[in-house]
Structures are given as C-alpha cells and as structure tokens.
Design a protein around this ligand. Structure first.
Ligand SMILES: [Zn+2]
Length: 411
C-alpha cells in the first residue's frame, strides 16, 4: 500500500485525537495546538522523505495541510501560537541560527519534552520567555565588534584622561569581540593617557609555591596564567618595564615608568615608595574591566599592608641575589572579599560613600577608583575593623591573621 496513504490516515487520527483531548482550559487547548503545529512540521518533513515524486509530495501535502488546519481551527484558540509574526527574534548563535523565529525554536524545544497528561498550562510560555531572554542577551553580544578607535572613545568617556596613571585589571572577554584583541585595548589606553601618563598592570608570579622553585628574574619569570591575557601581552610591548618585586611585580609604560616602578626595598610587596603608593599619591586610577576584575583589585592588598598588622613574610629566591625574605606578602584567603564582587562588605561601604564610579566599555561593566580616594576610605574602614576583608569564622587561615590583629591590640 502507498506509504503516503498510511501516513495520511495517521495524520487524521493524530488531529482527531488532539481535538478530542482538547477539553479543559484555554491554556491546555493552546498547548495542544502548539503540539499539533509542531507535529505538522515534523510530518511535512517525513512526507517529503517518503514521497515518490515532487507531484506526489504536493498532492499529499495539500491534503495533510487541510487536515491540520481543520484540527487547528477546531482547537479554537490556536492563534495563541502565531508563527513568525508573534515575536520574530533572530540571532546568530545556536539554537538561534538566524534562520528560525523564536516561536519555531520554542516549538522545537517543546517537542523534545516528554509528553505529560498533567502538563503545566504555563510551560510553553515559560520556555518562550526563557528563550526571549537568551535571545536578547545574544543580540546584545553579537553585533558589537570593538576596534581601537571605539575603545579609545569609550575609555575617554569613562573618564580616562591625558597624563593619568592607570592600573588596569581586566577580563578581556568581558569587553565582547575586540578586533586586534589585547593589543587594541592597550593601544587605546595608551592613546587616552599619552606619554605623560602611566599605564600599569600587576604582573604576579608564583615563585613561592612554584614546584620548580625557580629564581625570580623580571626579564624571564612568567606571569601567572589566571591573571589573564592583557598583562602577558602588555609585557611584550615596547617601552614596558617590570618592577623587581618577586611575587607582586608591576608592569608600567610611559615617560615616567622607570621612576614609577622603582622602590628602594624591592622585597616589600607594597613598599611606601613603590608603585602602589605612587599610584595613590598621584590620584591614579584603578580601572577594573568586567565584573570578575572587581575581585582582583590588588590595591586592596596595599591598603592591608599599610593599615593592618596581618600581612606575611615569605622566602623567595632571586636570580644573582639568592634567598631573600619578602615582606607584606598577601598570603592566605580573603573570605570577605575574594569571589564576592559587588556583594563584598567593603565594596558596599565604598558604594555608600560614593567612591565607586562605573561606566560601560564595550559589553563590559567597568569600575573605576581614584586610588587616593580608595586609600582614604579603606584606611577608615580598616581602622574601624582591621578584619574587614577576612572570613568571619570557620576558617583556620583567616583565624591566624585575626590572631595577629588581636596580638597587636594587646601590645
Ligand atoms: Zn578565610
């Protein structure tokens, strides 16, 4: 027997079943209609496969279409699922391949759900709303591609100005697509501040826990991976200098870079005459690109070094020098700071006190501090509560640092 004929009977039974089961609320009828619409598309594709010729396909297709429309009409409120005209959001990423409307995608996903008698009347709406949200996010991300000129303009608009000293922590991916990558970001910042400014980035290196225990050499010691691609790229660029502190070296570019990174005691991570102090004294800016960068704000360790008694000492090996003791090393964990982003207690205080400035560069939320203002605020907070950045309880490492605070109070 003609496979198409069998198939047509199946269609009729399917449609009839959908109509017969369509009692209940309008929402349930809407769901049935959605299911049926989807089955229609599936069956049309199946028909194309089993048809012997294009003519046969057109013939059976016409009859199948009639059955489906009759059933959908009987389902009454089927107009709840208007294909294409309803919410035609097109996007470029899977499942938004740019070829299907939101409703088509919703219906396809709907079909993959197991068939339940007690289906939730809001299920399809939930799926749709969810997809709509995803599509909107993707739409925002997709079309934007930043180049150096756009970045330059946006950094200037965010307040980065000529002759500024800027310490940058960045999650490069948070910007969205950048033509030229890290180099474009660096070039845009260099243009914004000019030769009279200082562009700086932390260049942390793991010479403490490094299994190989390599001697620190600013020329060759690698920067830790987790710090991101920006400092690693910056380091290779012309005119960029690296300071001599083994664990917390700083990269700097600009006419005054040599002076900026110089400190008399290279083994004090946050020396009173070092880069972090100079950043503070010249009202330098701390530029945190992307939400993740908020947790990487090394300047807070400088404030800890200056205003709390709990920083540690570590022994490191330095090329041509040998073993040295580095002081003000920020070991351990910071339970009330790391991984908390804007939710951290200190950050909330800074926001209340109006110290936090925000801007948008590309897709990234950018946070900007005046280092002098940040220092002043942190100094006040840490005087009131030196353990502000530590875990409250249940952390042995933070307890050890807290005991140093207690000890100092007793002395
Ligand atoms: Zn802790």
């Amino acid at each position: 027997m003609d496979p198409c004929k069998i198939w047509l009977d199946e269609i009729a039974a399917l449609a009839l079943q959908a109509v017969q089961q369509s009692g209940g609320t309008p929402e349930l009828r809407k769901l049935r209609a959605a299911r049926l619409l989807l089955r229609r598309d599936v069956e049309y594709r199946r028909l194309k496969e089993i048809s012997a010729s294009a003519w046969e396909y057109r013939d059976y297709m016409g009859r199948a279409a009639n059955i489906f429309s009759a059933a959908l009409t009987l389902l009454g409120d089927s107009a709840g699922i208007k294909k294409n005209s309803d919410s035609p959001v097109y996007c470029g990423a899977a499942p938004f391949d740019g070829k299907r409307s939101l409703d088509e995608i919703a219906l396809e996903l709907w079909a993959k759900l197991p068939f339940e008698i007690a289906e939730s009347p809001t299920a399809l709406d939930d799926i749709r709303a969810n997809l709509q949200k995803q599509a909107e996010t993707l739409e925002k991300v997709e079309p934007l591609e930043l180049d150096e000129n756009a970045l330059f303009e946006q950094f200037c608009a965010a307040g980065i100005a000529e002759n500024d000293a800027v310490m940058v922590h960045a999650s490069l991916s948070s910007l969205g697509r950048v033509s030229g990558g890290a180099k474009s970001v660096i070039a845009a910042l260099q243009r914004a501040i000019g030769q009279g400014g200082i562009l700086a980035m932390p260049a942390l290196s793991n010479v403490v826990d490094d299994a190989l225990r390599q001697d620190f050499d600013p020329a060759t010691t690698p920067i830790v991976d987790w710090i991101g691609v920006l400092p690693r790229t910056f380091r290779q660029m012309p005119g960029v200098l690296r300071s001599a502190n083994p664990t917390h070296s700083v990269l700097a570019w600009g006419r005054d870079a040599g002076n900026f990174i110089f400190q008399r005691d290279p083994y004090d991570c946050f020396a009173p005459d070092g880069a972090w102090a100079k950043l503070r004294d010249r009202h330098g800016k701390i530029l945190l690109i992307g939400e993740n960068a908020i947790d990487s704000n090394t300047f807070l360790h400088a404030c800890e070094a200056w205003y709390t008694p709990y920083m540690e000492s570590v022994v490191v090996r330095v090329k041509n020098v040998g073993k040295v003791t580095e002081i003000h090393y920020p070991g351990g964990c910071r339970g009330n700071w790391y991984h908390l982003g804007r939710e951290a207690e200190y950050f909330q205080k800074l926001e209340q006190d109006g110290v936090v400035r925000t801007a948008k560069v590309g897709n990234a939320a950018v946070t900007i501090f005046d280092a002098f203002e940040l220092d002043g605020a942190m100094k006040r907070y840490l005087a009131a509560d030196p353990a502000l950045l530590l875990h409250d309880e249940d952390c042995g490492i933070c307890a050890k640092l807290r005991s140093k605070i207690k000890q100092e109070r007793l002395e």
